[in-house]
Ligand binder design. Structure first.
Ligand code: FES
Length: 175
């Protein structure tokens, strides 16, 4: 694969004034509601995240993350219901498996896996949204901008599967 991500620190580039761009995929039933609560409660947090609502963290296709990074995000934050609380039973477990796979994949591509983060945040935890966004913003500031020339995107009819063969993640056809 031809990857090409190098942190600003590695490149010796200045990150002064760098404002990381975070794309946040939040589950409608928990983390998205918690972000609303944080707003209503007037909790102050870094303005670096652009929140996208999904109906369940299990809806998050890893391709969404790759596309976000390729199109300029420096990091991606995923928020879902706590284990056992998913409205669709096991969507968050599916998300967790994809997340682990995605982090390995990013590492193989030369992209710091810390650029993607998964948090379980319930609807009543507005303060956790603030912490997660603030922490991620700081972490990305330390990593520097994602200097990405290209990430190969899986073909449209392909999805990343948590299936492993011989200990390696594989691409599987969507059903
Ligand atoms: S409904 Fe929230 S993670 Fe599934």
């Amino acid at each position: 694969m031809s990857e090409t991500s190098h942190s600003a620190a590695e490149l010796g580039a200045s990150t002064e004034g760098f404002q990381p761009r975070i794309v946040a995929f939040f589950c409608n039933w928990c983390t998205y509601t918690a972000s609303d609560l944080a707003g209503v409660s007037r909790l102050q947090y870094a303005p670096n995240a652009r929140i996208i609502r999904v109906m369940c963290s299990g809806r998050l296709d890893p391709q969404f993350v790759l596309v976000a990074l390729r199109q300029g995000a420096d990091g991606v934050l995923i928020g879902g219901c706590h284990p056992g609380d998913c409205h669709y039973q096991e969507g968050n477990y599916k998300c967790l498996r994809r997340y682990e796979l995605l982090r390995r994949l990013l590492g193989q591509m030369g992209i710091e896996p810390q650029r993607v983060r998964l948090e379980w945040i319930s609807a009543s935890e507005g303060d956790r949204v603030r912490e997660a966004i603030n922490e991620m913003t700081e972490q990305l500031r330390r990593l520097g901008p994602l200097r990405l020339a290209s990430i190969p995107t899986p073909h449209r009819h392909e999805v990343l599967s948590p299936v492993k063969r011989a200990g390696r993640p594989v691409l599987a056809k969507a059903e």
